[in-house]
Each structure stands twice: as C-alpha cells, then as structure tokens.
Design a protein around this ligand. Structure first.
Ligand code: ATP
Ligand code: MG
Length: 433
C-alpha cells in the first residue's frame, strides 16, 4: 500500500471535459463521417502543434479581440523564457505551417484539421475551455467561387447528418481600405452616442470600433441597430465580389440571409464572412463560422497569399446531431467467451486469437473465480451477439456451447452445442458483418 497522506480526489479542470465511452463512440462515428465528407471535396489532413509562440496569435488574431485580450492560455516556458500559448483556434497554426513549409508553392491547397483548442471563457452549456474544432482552410484561392464552395460544402454536411433548420448568414467585410473608410464613419457615430456605450465598447472605440458591432450586450443592441452599415461603404469591386458569391449560392439552391452586422470575432477576415446558426442549442447558437482572410499570410510574415476557411465547433455539432440521429449502442464485441476453470481459460485465450484471425471482435472474460452467472451478466452488458462457454465437458469432447444473447426471428433455440471444426462457419452465419 502506498503511504500517501493526501488522498483528496483530483478533479478535471473546470470547462475541460472527459469524453466517456458512449459519447466517445458518437465522436468517433462523427469524425469518420466528417473525414469522408472532407475527402469527397478533395481536402487533405494537416496536423499542427497545440502549443505555439504567443506572438502567432497576437499578430494573427489581433490584439483587440476577445480571444487575445482575455481568453488565451499563455505562459512562460520556464526553460527558455519563451512566451507560449495553447492554441485558441487552428487557422493561425496552419497558416504558419503553410508559410514555413511553403506548401502552396506549386498549387493552391485544400486542408483540414481536427483537434482541441483552448479558450479561458466562462464555462456553460456549449461553451467550454477545452473544446474541439473541425478546421477547414483553402489556401491560395482568390475567387468568390471558392467562398461559395465552402458554404456548399457545409450545406452538404447538414444533409449527410440529417440536420435541419440551420440558418446561413453571410456578409461582406470589403477590403482593408473599405473598412478603413467605414471605421471613420462608425467612430463618429459611436462618439456621438458615447454615453450609451458600455465600458468594454468605450475601450474599443479607438482601437477597433468594428468590434462593438459584435457585442453580445443586450443594452447595446438598439444602438448597434441604428449604426451605419458597412455595406453602404463598400467599393464597387467588393460589392461585385459579394454579388458573385451570392449568385453561386442561389444557383446551388442554398438559402442564405445577408446579415449586415456580422463581423466575426477575429481581425483577419476580409470580403466574405459567414456563420451557420441553429435554434436547438440555446444561446450557444453558432455551429460554424468562417470567411476569407487574404491578409493573414502577409501579417504572419509570408507572401501575399489569398485564403478562406471555416471552423465547426465539434461539441456543438455532436449536440446538434443528437437531435436528429437514433441513439447509439456500443457493441464492444461480437463474441464473449466465458469459461470454467484454468484449463478452459487458457483454451479461451488460444481460441479467441483464432476467432480474431477470422475477423470477429472477441472479449475473453477475465476473472478466474467469477461464477458463470456473473460472466453472462458481463457478456450481456458488452452487447455481444453471442457467448461461447468453455468447460471441462466442452474441452474433453471438442465442442463449444453457444448462447445466443440477441435472438433474431429465425433463431428458435438460444443455446447450442457446436463441434470446434464447425464453429467458425457457424459464427459467420450468426454474426453477419
Ligand atoms: P461564439 O460567438 O459562440 O463565441 P466564436 O465566434 O468565438 O463563437 P469561432 O472562433 O468562430 O467562434 O470558433 C468556431 C466555432 O467553435 C464556433 O462557431 C462554435 O461552434 C465553436 N466554439 C467557439 N467557442 C467555443 C467554446 N468556448 N466552447 C465550445 N465551442 C465553441
Ligand atoms: Mg467566442
């Protein structure tokens, strides 16, 4: 016995979840569907580190954003004093990797990544401190066709998952110059109404007035409604671009709403931005968000490379999918082997290997002193199709007793004796893959 005086339970960090087996099973199923969906559009997987230099996110996401101002898990590496950050999103890491390895040297690339991200937010249902994103990035494409394809892709995903009533909102943020013009107009509007702003908006007034439009404070909503609209300050070129995106959506029968207030929380977007929302997940209604980010490469020290992408919140997607899919049941194995006595246990291990060679999923009961009753209980809980029983009689006479745990309509007995030579064909007949 280890003599440890401190026996207080250690719990997970707030907002960071354990994904227990039944949920993890759903996660795995969803991941497989997502990979197939992404591959059907020619996307390739990329994996980038979870830890990056803090400056990557400061420069990439922007200093005056919720994420960089208050949500990042950053710390000093005590070995070399580097300032490091647990990634709060995946795009900046992928862009850094794309610059570092010059991966769009020959041709544009369609890339995706799925993994954990970290934000120090107030945890609540649908909002966590460690959550997962499916991140899709199309790098090196400059036209509105690509922007539209991203939305066509997402709309296909809803169909694949049987998810209904999701709403697509789109907006055009124009070029850097368009936004500069608009920022001036917006600034003088908010200056005139400064008494109606909350503290955080006052702070943002001179650093990033656009961000005020993103505010979730209900007190500001009527003021924000009256604010000038970016669309009115877009250049003809930007308007033409937006028009083209919308036309692609129309010709693909994708319903959308133009939301002039949609600015998205990150600094790097330009031209097209979009979000998909649902009314099934309470106040955490955004399941997917993205847009074009033509300036991010140069902001991170790369060449001028146009790009666009989006991220889906994996936890929110699983939650939403659960409203539409049938409940899951994990079948831990096809065959559960029970036994009586040490010789039978040894034989079970040998036999289980043969069954696995034939493609079956097999659990051999472990626990030498367990009664058959307990072993059958375990077999039931594993959701196996059948249990095999090995005992002295079976070993001496070269057969296995079979107990069918889930009878189908043409099974009239639930227990049978099968000679070992005939066992595999018998099992193949009962356990159809
Ligand atoms: P929100 O408006 O909900 O804060 P966001 O604009 O911060 O979202 P993005 O940075 O665009 O979100 O991230 C992409 C997706 O990740 C979101 O659409 C959402 O589904 C999901 N997401 C964002 N923050 C969280 C979180 N704290 N916990 C779980 N999922 C999240
Ligand atoms: Mg957020």
């Amino acid at each position: 016995m280890i003599n440890n005086k401190n026996t207080k339970k250690i719990l997970a960090i707030r907002g960071m979840n354990d994904i227990l087996p039944l949920r993890s099973f759903d996660w795995g199923s969803l991941e497989n569907i997502l990979f197939k969906w992404l591959h059907s559009y020619g996307y390739s997987n990329i994996r980038v580190p979870i830890l990056e230099q803090t400056s990557l996110f400061q420069r990439g996401i922007g200093e005056v954003t919720d994420i960089v101002e208050k949500e990042m898990y950053s710390f000093r590496d005590s070995y070399n004093d580097d300032s490091l950050t647990m990634r709060p999103e995946i795009t900046a890491g992928i862009v850094r990797a794309a610059i570092e390895h010059n991966i769009v040297y020959e041709r544009p690339r369609r890339l995706y990544s799925l993994g954990p991200v970290f934000r120090h937010e107030r945890p609540q249902l649908g909002r966590y401190r460690q959550f997962h994103q499916v991140d899709i990035e199309a790098i090196g494409f400059e036209g509105p066709d690509l922007d539209a394809e991203l939305m066509i892709m997402v709309s296909r995903l809803w169909k694949i998952l049987g998810i209904e009533n999701v709403k697509l909102e789109v907006n055009c943020l124009g070029s850097y110059q368009d936004r500069l013009n608009y920022k001036g107009v917006l600034l003088s509007f908010f200056e005139k109404n400064i008494d109606h702003l909350d503290e955080i908006s006052k702070k943002r007034l001179y650093s990033n007035p656009l961000r005020i439009l993103d505010s979730k404070n209900p007190i500001l909503s009527s003021l924000i409604e009256k604010a000038p609209i970016l669309l009115d300050y877009l250049s003809d070129k930007s308007l033409k671009y937006f028009d083209s995106v919308c036309n692609f959506l129309k010709s693909n029968d994708i319903p959308y709403y133009v939301n002039n207030r949609l600015v998205r929380g990150l600094d790097y977007y330009n031209l097209t931005v979009f979000e998909w929302t649902t009314d099934k997940l309470g106040s955490q209604s955004t399941v997917c968000g993205g847009g074009r980010y033509d300036n991010l490469f140069s902001m991170l020290g790369g060449k001028n490379i146009p790009a666009a992408g989006f991220a889906i919140g994996f936890e929110r997607l699983v939650e939403l999918w659960n409203f539409y899919k049938s409940p899951s049941k994990i079948e831990e194995c096809d065959i559960y082997i029970t036994h009586r006595g040490l010789i039978a246990q040894k034989l079970s291990f040998n036999y289980a290997e043969k069954l696995r060679d034939s493609g079956f999923k097999v659990i051999v009961h472990c626990g030498l002193n367990d009664s058959l009753k307990r072993q059958f209980r375990m077999a039931d809980l594993s959701n196996a199709t059948l249990a095999i029983i090995f005992g002295e009689d079976e070993i001496e006479n070269n057969f296995a007793s079979i107990k069918l745990l889930r009878l189908s309509h043409n099974d009239n007995v639930n227990q049978e004796k099968i000679s070992l030579e005939l066992l595999i064909p018998f099992l193949k007949d009962k356990i159809k893959k």
